[in-house]
Write a protein that binds this ligand. Structure first.
Ligand code: A2P
Length: 316
């Protein structure tokens, strides 16, 4: 496994297992097998609704002597309905209980979007809380208290624009350990990479494989298929490997953490093995030319008509 060193010297595994869309009923076995085959980083979130099963798998691995708690890196995320400072610790405690852990390695603000607690879906304009009313720094202060209480080792954010990172950084007491963002050859985010590198913020790339199993409502008709990209296929053929492995190797070689989701043992192994591949400078160059600035998750779900959030403000 390849590790990156964070600001305080702690090491995070460069490749982790994504668990969004991993269904209860299959995620427990997937996580157990992942840890057994050498995964040391599991990416979770309250909203995925499967932390209980993930917790059972982690606990079983520790009890069976497959791994020690301190060898694992477990991330979870604070959902949009719990940005109110007084809700932060309660929500974390629920995740910890479900995950059967007494601390998290990393806790993230899932989206820079606040929603009223318990608001039923589909959300309407009045279900959202404007950031002017509930500023991100208020939520962040409550996250910092979790560090002081030793309930989480690191805190970070997800889906934050450079402007939002700048704003938060200027007021934060503790460093922003990571910004977890969508990242893959069709959405390379070079400006974000540069900003984060210069400011010691690691980047975790989600949906590295194009997230083909996301709900149909999140898909568009004209979507390009990342796993069938001819340039990536050529490179994969010359290494006698798969496009998925090429994408994951590329992600790590450019210095980002990557969290491919799989519940399939063969694909999980394939993804893990991508940490031992090496791409040439020329191959890295030809992948960098594939950037289309194409988001598979454009955040439209937050840009409800008449509501306080807009797409341009989200990614500003
Ligand atoms: P599965 O869970 O059946 O393996 P992303 O990480 O971008 O969200 O992508 C997840 C999707 O990619 C899932 O549908 C997952 O299916 C699939 N997937 C994961 N690993 C691979 C792989 N090595 N090759 C092809 N598809 C993969």
């Amino acid at each position: 496994m390849i590790y990156y060193t964070l600001q305080n010297g702690d090491k995070i595994p460069a490749l982790g297992l994504g668990t969004w869309k991993s269904a209860p009923g299959e995620v427990e076995q997937a996580v157990f097998s992942a840890i057994e085959m050498g995964y040391r980083h599991i990416d979770c979130a309250w909203i995925y609704g499967n932390e209980k099963e993930i917790g059972s798998a982690i606990s079983r691995c520790i009890k069976n002597g497959i791994v020690k708690r301190e060898e694992l890196w477990i991330t979870s995320k604070l959902w949009n309905e719990f940005h109110q400072p007084e809700a932060v610790e309660t929500t974390l405690t629920e995740s910890l209980k479900n995950l059967q852990l007494d601390y998290l390695d990393l806790y993230l603000i899932h989206w820079p979007v606040a929603i009223k607690k318990g608001a039923p879906r589909p959300w309407s304009a009045s279900d959202f809380i404007p950031l002017e009313e509930l500023p991100l720094i208020n939520t962040w202060r409550a996250m910092e208290e979790l560090v002081d209480a030793k309930l989480v080792k690191h805190i970070g954010v997800s889906n934050f624009s450079i402007e939002k990172l700048k704003g938060l950084k200027s007021e934060a007491k503790y460093p922003i350990a990571t910004n977890q963002i969508e990242a893959h050859p069709y959405l390379q985010q070079p400006k974000m990479l540069k900003y984060c590198r210069e400011n010691n913020i690691s980047i975790t790339g989600y949906s590295p494989l194009g997230s083909g199993d996301r709900p149909e409502s999140f898909k568009k008709k004209d979507e390009p298929s990342l796993l069938l990209d001819p340039v990536l296929l050529d490179i994969a053929n010359s290494h006698k490997t798969s496009v998925a492995q090429i994408i994951l190797t590329w992600s790590i070689q450019r210095g980002t953490i990557v969290i491919p989701k799989s519940v399939n043992l063969i694909r999980m192994k394939e993804n893990l093995e991508s940490t031992s591949l090496l791409l040439s400078k020329e191959e890295m160059m030809s992948i960098s030319k594939l950037d289309k600035n194409r988001r598979f998750f454009d955040g439209k779900v937050w840009a409800v008509k008449g509501g306080p959030y807009t797409i341009s403000e989200l990614w500003n």
